[in-house]
Design a protein around this ligand. Structure first.
Ligand SMILES: Cc1ncc(COP(=O)(O)O)c(C=O)c1O
Length: 471
């Protein structure tokens, strides 16, 4: 990133732990100036950088200073560190699942850290808990969960899936060895990982085939549930994808809910990627049935464009999560019962960052309609890209996008698809990633950053078209 003369003057180092008002001014002025310059530089910044040299990484690995280092030197190191790998905050990030990193939410994080109020127990900060609960209740209502519902903000989708698995498991009692988890072969690996961490054996996790559109094959699921039940096993949990990571495919949510209801299994929807498309008309229609879930994983750092570190689990019955996760030490005997939730009883965390403030500030500053419009724009970008790529010679599209991911391959086969991937990544104009589906390699274009413009999408398509025609 371009490093220009700084507007702040003093070199700060060796600061007392409680800086004076003048020092605070100087620090925040310097840091804000750095951040604004950094944001302005995103437009036109490379999508990725060459391998960093060893000297840079060694300098960043250095142990913290004993006496303190000047702020401008430290910001210089941050700028160099940020210019490595690929730019997950830039609009040209089309790989994996992008995360926009809204500035307003980042400011909410700063406010939450500076005020540093404790939100593990509602008694410590009823006000901050109410702020967090206002966004949880907004999410619960958005997904049509009932008044018994609730939720907790966690670090991301993996933690949310973990809390969901532990909650479903606890419904079976202490001996859950006969309990079975069902999910599709396209389910995010965090579900299998959560099951393993929760002590559920690999022989109790069924990876059910997906159909020709990468959605859970419902006949295969019904057969497997029936077979397991006949063999004396207990269906513990059915996990449906509300937007797979690979392609954004949405499993048949109503049919999953039917099988879960008939078999007594907990019905979990992993909407880490797809969840907040519920704000849009198209998304709501496609996610129909999600309101029947016992639990829903969401990730504000995906489809609400927040900076990394804010996901959540929403549940139909808040008491079920509390039953699975409560616990107190004698040193907590003064914690009273309150009308507001104690979030420490809804997951593994006791002390936790004030995540609610980030979501609350962003939602309230922009208004929820802005998020709806931006998610609609992401759906439009995917449709636009799919339409152009469908008529691009030498390119095969996998499916019409259900959400904002477009998966494609070179018609000539895997070697050419890998070459296509290489051309796109090494252009440093866009950053993309790949996946393997039914033994074939696919390149993915994922649209989920407020900084991704139609011009960036078009540039990706041009690069694909010229690489495909050169093959
Ligand atoms: C569908 C799905 N579930 C879960 C996760 C895990 O979320 P996180 O990376 O926030 O832990 C992801 C991440 O991409 C995802 O796409």
């Amino acid at each position: 990133m371009a490093r220009e003369a700084r507007k702040y003057s003093r070199r700060m180092s060796g600061l007392p732990l409680e800086p004076s008002a003048a020092d605070r001014d100087e620090l925040s002025g310097g840091i804000l100036e750095f951040l604004h310059r950094w944001i302005d530089a995103r437009d036109g910044a490379p999508a990725s950088w060459p391998e960093p040299d060893g000297a840079l990484i060694d300098s960043l690995l250095r142990a913290p200073s004993v006496d303190g280092i000047a702020l401008d030197q430290l910001l210089d190191a941050v700028g160099r560190a940020a210019d490595t790998g690929f730019d997950t905050a830039g609009g040209a990030m089309l790989s994996y699942i992008p995360s926009g990193g809204l500035y307003t939410a980042a400011l909410g994080g700063l406010v939450g850290s500076v005020t540093n109020q404790y939100t593990g127990g509602a008694h410590a900060s009823p006000g901050m808990t109410a702020i967090e609960e206002s966004v949880v209740r907004w999410m619960v209502a958005l997904f049509g969960l009932p008044a018994t519902g609730g939720g907790v903000l966690l670090s991301g989708g993996s933690m949310a899936n973990q809390v969901a698995v532990v909650t479903a498991r606890s419904k079976l009692g202490d001996d859950f060895r006969d309990g079975v988890v069902y999910c599709s072969t396209r389910t995010h690996h965090s579900v299998e990982k959560a099951a393993r961490i929760a002590g559920i054996g690999a022989d109790r996790v069924r990876l059910i085939a997906s159909d020709e559109h990468r959605r859970l094959d419902m006949d295969a699921l019904a057969r497997q549930v029936a077979e397991d039940t006949n063999n004396g096993l207990r269906p513990m949990m059915i996990v449906a994808n509300a937007g797979t990571t690979d392609t954004g495919a949405i499993d048949p949510l109503n049919a999953c809910a039917d099988i879960a209801a008939a078999s007594g299994a907990w019905f979990h929807a992993d909407a880490a990627y797809g969840g907040f498309f519920q704000l849009t008309e198209r998304g709501r229609a496609r996610l129909s049935g999600i309101e029947r879930a016992d639990s829903i994983t969401v990730d504000a750092h995906k489809s609400l464009f927040l900076p990394f570190g804010v996901g959540g689990l929403l549940v139909r019955d808040r008491a079920a999560v509390v039953e699975a996760h409560q616990g107190r030490g004698a040193y907590m005997q003064d914690v009273p019962s309150t009308d507001l939730p104690h979030y420490m009883e809804m997951g593994p965390e006791l002390t936790r960052p004030n995540r609610g403030l980030q979501v609350w500030l962003a939602l309230n500053l922009h208004g929820t309609d802005r998020f709806r419009d931006e998610l609609d724009r992401m759906l439009d970008l995917a449709e636009h890209a799919a339409a152009r790529l469908a008529s691009t010679p030498g390119v095969e599209l996998l499916d019409a996008p259900e959400l904002s991911v477009v998966a494609l391959r070179a018609a000539a086969g895997d070697d050419d698809t890998r070459r296509l991937l290489d051309v796109l990544v090494s252009s440093r104009e866009v950053h993309v990633s790949s996946t393997t589906i039914d033994d074939r390699v696919y390149v993915r274009l994922a649209f989920l950053s407020q900084r991704t413009t139609t011009a960036i999408a078009d540039r990706a398509i041009e690069l694909i078209a010229s690489a495909a025609s050169a093959d």
